[in-house]
Design a protein around this ligand. Structure first.
Ligand code: UD2
Length: 289
């Protein structure tokens, strides 16, 4: 792989690009914010490697209604110009909208049973992600697991790639760790003590290299099931287990809340760009219970 030197200034002359936010973790993982990276440089580095990115998205019950906008906006903003394979898990395969996709991009639909409890849907995701990755090994390079009730509004691309990638939850990024809604009961395998924790990460967006995400999904599933056998369900289901996992196995890249905002939240000054955001929804109307 060769790179033209003129597109990459010498690293020692680049001043820090953002001073208003944390751009590196104490364990030296980058925290990605608008302005901290050069998209042209990064795309140029990854393009010769012909990388492929898998995406999982779950659309069970009424959540099928979010799929069309999710897919359409992914075409506009998510890894544009790269190989992308979206895996849709749904109980209504015939209702999956047809969205035109650019060359190198495709969709696969997988059937899953309907659920009576919304917590079940969220919990089962880790199991399905684990088994999907076991099938995909050697076919895809990276995977992102995303909430369907969301839309892309800005670029989400090669700057997000890493071994294990966590997204800082938009609801808690200004809070102290004692306020994070981690699982606080020591009898749960998702337990974190008040002095533990780095960020509060989203269950609605995470990813990385296949083997890293596989290990995380497998561990979260195992711990979730062990909790269930003991009659306990963590405060935020798989999101709680993911937070426990990422406390112990630090992500190699952290994405700022630009990568999962929430439409109902007013924009803070440090959020220059919302790239992906959860739509505002009526929980009582949309969830099975
Ligand atoms: C939060 C998390 C979410 C998950 C959940 C509880 C963020 C910003 N959001 O979202 O990731 O951790 O809390 O565990 O991190 N789904 C269906 N059908 C249903 C219910 C859910 O398909 O009837 C799927 C769908 O893909 C949805 C996802 O599960 O996007 C998460 O469920 P949610 O959107 O209801 O949870 P929410 O927004 O409270």
């Amino acid at each position: 792989m060769s790179m033209r030197p003129e597109i990459c200034p010498p690293p020692w002359i680049i001043p820090p690009r953002r001073r208003d936010v944390v751009t590196v973790t104490p364990w030296l993982a980058p925290v990605v914010w608008d302005g901290t990276f050069d998209p042209v440089l990064l795309d140029g580095l990854y393009r010769p490697r012909n990388i492929s990115v898998a995406v999982t998205v779950f659309a069970v019950g009424k959540y099928i209604r979010f799929l069309e906008a999710f897919l359409q906006t992914a075409e506009q903003h998510f890894f544009v110009g790269f190989n992308v394979h979206v895996y849709i898990f749904t109980d209504q395969p015939n209702e999956v909208p047809r969205v035109h996709m650019a060359p190198g991009r495709q969709v696969t639909v997988r059937s899953v049973p309907s659920s009576r409890r919304w917590q079940e849907i969220s919990a089962r995701r880790m199991e399905l992600i684990q088994t999907l990755i076991e099938e995909l090994r050697n076919h895809m390079d990276y995977i992102f697991c995303l909430d369907v009730d969301s839309q892309f509004h800005g670029r989400w691309g090669t700057e997000s790639l890493g071994g294990l990638v966590g997204v800082i939850h938009p609801g808690y990024y200004r809070d102290r760790r004692t306020k994070f809604p981690y699982e606080r009961r020591p009898e749960s395998r998702a337990y974190l003590a008040p002095e533990d924790g780095d960020f509060y990460y989203c269950g609605g967006a995470f990813g990385g290299q296949l083997q890293e995400v596989h290990l995380m999904a497998k561990t979260c599933r195992r711990d979730f099931e062990a909790d269930a056998r003991g009659g306990i369900e963590a405060a935020w289901q798989e999101e709680s287990h993911l937070n426990r996992y990422m406390w112990i196995h630090k992500p190699t890249k952290v994405l700022s809340p630009e990568y999962l905002w929430q439409d109902f939240k007013s924009r803070e000054p440090e959020i220059r760009l919302v790239r992906f955001s959860g739509v505002t929804k009526n929980y009582a109307e949309i969830r099975p219970n």
